[in-house]
Design a protein around this ligand. Structure first.
Ligand code: IPE
Ligand code: IPE
Ligand code: MG
Length: 237
């Protein structure tokens, strides 16, 4: 609990943590299990980490669950992930008592109709929650998001000199939340994989070799502790 309360005011505290939930496949492979078993284990980790973030008083958590590039995967894996999402959406009553608000970012249009309905239902029923706000990124790609923002801006008929950084931000899926200040990627990969590429301009990064299904609150605690010691200058001195 005390992670934030114990922190002296002069130390930076993250407002918005974004996590690339990576390593499910390798976790399963190590156990000679199908990749989908890794995704099931990863979904459990997500629930545990979201609850932990809520407990320590974090405001925003955004997790990468399925990228615009992940459609390239074998059909049965994609189906497995979509079924897992379906089950999860039917079962999020458990977040209710935690006062967690659930939102989704990405191009949701190509998703199955029942999934879209469930997403809407989950967003609506948790809309009044005042605790942690969780964004789940599904069929999300940073370049796709920026391309869509440009299309919307052009279609609105604004003149070039009216185009500002703020206007672009306002046309992204994340228009109503602050930029992530801390991006975490487990599984030993050191890349963004098209995640929040506009929003991460001044984020701090933390990498770990731990595979996502093995990721525990203690790892997040370690990461946040390191964040407290980062010197964020934003181009200043
Ligand atoms: C992340 O785990 C989950 C998704 C991309 C849907 P991976 O499935 O990418 O796991 P690895 O990287 O193959 O281990
Ligand atoms: C990024 O992981 C997407 C998600 C975690 C949902 P990937 O496993 O798809 O990324 P790459 O292919 O290793 O860059
Ligand atoms: Mg991966």
């Amino acid at each position: 609990m005390g992670l934030f309360t114990k922190t002296p005011k002069t130390r930076p505290v993250p407002t918005h943590i974004a996590i690339i939930m990576d390593g499910n496949g390798r976790w399963a492979k190590k156990r000679a299990l199908p990749r989908t078993a890794g995704h099931i284990a990863g979904a459990k980790t997500f629930k545990e980490i979201a609850k932990y973030c809520n407990k320590i008083g974090l405001k925003y958590l955004t997790v990468y669950a399925f990228s615009t590039e992940n459609w390239k995967r074998p059909k049965d894996e994609v189906e497995g992930i979509m079924n897992l999402l379906r089950d999860y959406l039917k079962d999020t009553e458990n977040f209710k008592e935690d006062n967690i608000r659930l939102k989704f970012i990405g191009n949701l249009e190509p998703l199955a109709d029942d999934i879209k309905e469930l997403i809407k239902h989950n967003e609506e029923t948790s809309a009044d929650a005042t605790g942690l706000q969780v964004q789940i990124a599904i069929n999300y790609g940073g370049r796709d998001e920026i391309t869509n923002a440009v299309k919307k801006i052009v279609a609105s008929g604004v003149s070039p000199d009216e185009i500002t950084e703020d206007l672009i931000s306002q046309n992204l899926y994340t228009c109503d939340i602050p930029d992530p200040d801390f991006i975490i990627r487990p599984s030993g990969e050191y890349r963004l994989s098209n995640y929040l590429i506009w929003q991460s301009a001044y984020a701090e990064y933390w990498f770990s070799d731990v595979l996502w299904p093995d990721f525990k609150p203690k790892h997040l605690e370690l990461a946040i502790d390191e964040f407290h010691h980062r010197n964020r200058r934003f181009g200043g001195v």
